[in-house]
Design a protein around this ligand. Structure first.
Ligand code: 3NM
Ligand code: MG
Length: 541
């Protein structure tokens, strides 16, 4: 036993599989490439290897690990781990029960356990600090690596529930790594999103197989992973400043509109049929270019156009593969995505569709009506009739709380719309710290702002008025220059929309002309750019 348990670095944990080695490489050459470039922990996981060969290989790997001062863990084979004096063992839910493992290996060996459920966390907490040292939380995303996988991918939401369970059961000693389908395109957002709600912990690292083991350039692949973990920042929005936490003043709003006029962003709408025409006109009124594209093969090109922004509204959903490709492309291009989970929790179909899309990316802004935000927050699951805004949700404390929860959970700027709109920035500037959560800043510590302009009931008498606030937010966020503040842009969009809505309601003759007047007023307020004259007001809750 070389390693004191508290000195183990879980940040980049390589699990082996000699079944996927590229030609010209060996188990040891791939592991050494990893060790030379930032792997901090190694697990030999060889399901098909006979015992004698397993031991020979394990001894070779042990030499390498010793050379690079990295602990070695053996999967499942407690006998092998003891025989070669490995630093630890890793067992799954269907392997030997943990108390028996501890009896066999003694107090000093590291024991890891594969965990996917809250009940398993409760169990390890009952056992106390002497038994499980760390858990592999998975399966996070679909993976080809684990044959006959029994577990359904849990996404970041599932990992957060496990982290919360560790905190609520006081299992403070237990370290965590995420596993399953982790690759350079998702590890930063996983590390960023997966924090406990009390702000005290995030994953201690990521664990993966194929990204290194199956790589034709294991050294290069490891370097990329290492840099992403150490970077500590999920970059999206092309260096747009996220989370200024500053209440925008008239000057800031004026500047947002100027930037949009100058940059003329392209707003790709993937949206419901009812909203398409209205949303395109709203976008044009705000000096931006709409493109209503649902073509999978062009999302990459579109996302790389300067100031491209995606509005994703799930009211009538495009093919799921197409939508995922779009989320991936805009995240990859570091361009903003505004997500509108239409009818979230109105039906189980919509809930699972939205949940699945939410697990596939990072969103700059999540905007929903009170029913949707309450559903997303988990505060009133399923209590929603249809997709329209439900005006019965008017408990302001509850809505502010739901908005905070959504902002924190998705590390996004959450907007809850209704007679009063609630806005909360849960982005923490896009930064993450392995192990440290949000450095103690909890969901309750987030500031909520409201935008009000009295009741405008006629807003509810036209279709897609909520969806078009999404278009407005997307235009103002998308039009920012690199030094612009996303939070300011979102607040500006809501103030603009509510002011235009009020003006339109005062001069219209009914819902038909309200529709037209709303576009007129958005156009006029945007082009005259005198936010001091706007009637909507912003307040801190
Ligand atoms: N355990 P890759 S998923 C070994 O869910 C293993 O417990 C899992 O491989 C779990 O990084 C997994 O190639 C395979 O996706 C991870
Ligand atoms: Mg096992």
């Amino acid at each position: 036993m070389v390693f004191a348990k508290e000195d183990v670095d879980y940040s980049l944990y390589l699990v082996t599989d000699s079944g996927m080695l590229p030609e010209g490489t060996t188990l040891c050459s791939q592991i050494e490439a990893g060790l030379q470039n930032g792997v901090t922990l190694v697990q030999i996981r060889e399901k098909e290897t006979d015992t004698k060969l397993f031991i020979e290989e394990a001894l070779e790997v042990k030499k390498l690990c010793t050379k690079y001062n990295v602990p070695l863990i053996i999967n499942d084979r407690i006998d092998v781990a003891m025989a070669i004096k490995a630093d630890g063992v890793h067992v799954g839910q269907d392997d030997m029960p943990i108390p028996m493992v501890r009896n066999l290996v003694g107090p000093d060996m590291i024991i890891g356990w594969s965990v996917g459920k809250v009940s398993e966390v409760e169990q390890l907490a009952k056992w106390g600090p002497q038994l499980v040292d760390y858990i592999g939380i998975g399966t996070l995303f679909p993976t080809q690596t684990k044959k006959n996988a029994k577990k359904i991918p849990m996404g970041p939401q599932g990992a957060i529930e496990v982290l919360n369970a560790l905190e609520s059961n006081n299992a403070t000693w237990c370290k965590t790594v995420g596993i399953g389908g982790l690759h350079p395109d998702n590890i930063q957002r996983v590390l960023y999103q997966c924090t406990s709600t009390n702000g005290k912990r995030s994953l201690d690292g990521i664990s993966l197989v194929s990204d290194i083991m199956a790589s034709t350039d294991a050294a290069g692949s490891t370097k990329i992973l290492r840099a992403l973990i150490d970077d500590g920042k999920f970059k999206f929005g092309n260096d747009l400043k996220i989370g200024s936490y500053i209440t925008p003043d008239v000057q800031a709003i004026h500047s947002v509109l100027e930037q949009v006029s100058h940059n003329r962003p392209l707003i790709q709408h993937i949206t419901n049929k009812v909203h398409q025409n209205f949303g395109a006109n709203v976008t044009l009124a705000l000096g931006s270019s709409p493109i209503m594209s649902e073509i999978e093969s062009e999302v990459g090109e579109l996302s790389r156009i300067p100031n491209a922004t995606l509005l994703l509204n799930t009211g009538s959903i495009a093919p799921v593969e197409m939508v995922r490709a779009a989320i991936h492309a805009y995240n990859e291009a570091q361009r903003p995505i505004v997500f509108d989970p239409v009818g979230y929790s109105a039906t189980t179909t919509r809930k699972s569709l939205n949940d699945s899309l939410l697990s596939y990316g990072q969103f700059t802004c999540i905007k929903g009506n009170s029913g949707e935000i309450l559903g997303l927050s988990g505060l009133n699951n399923g209590n929603m009739k249809g997709v329209d805004a439900d005006t019965s949700h008017n408990d302001s404390n509850l809505l502010a709380k739901a908005t905070r929860i959504v902002a924190f959970r998705f590390k996004t700027i959450a907007v809850c719309t209704g007679e009063v709109d609630y806005i909360c920035d849960g982005t923490f500037g896009g930064e993450f710290l392995v192990s440290q959560g949000t450095q103690g800043a909890s969901v309750d510590s987030l500031t909520v702002y409201t935008v009000q302009n009295g009741n405008i009931p006629i807003m509810g008498d036209i279709t897609a008025s909520g969806c078009s606030l999404g278009s407005t937010i997307a235009s103002l966020v998308g039009g920012l220059s690199p030094e612009g503040s996303v939070f300011d842009a979102i607040v500006s969009a809501i103030l603009l929309y509510k002011s235009a809505g009020k003006n339109a309601s005062l001069v219209c003759e009914g819902s038909g002309s309200f529709h037209v007047k709303l576009i007129d007023n958005l156009y006029q307020l945007f082009h005259e750019n005198e936010p001091s004259k706007w009637s909507a007001t912003l307040q801190k809750v």
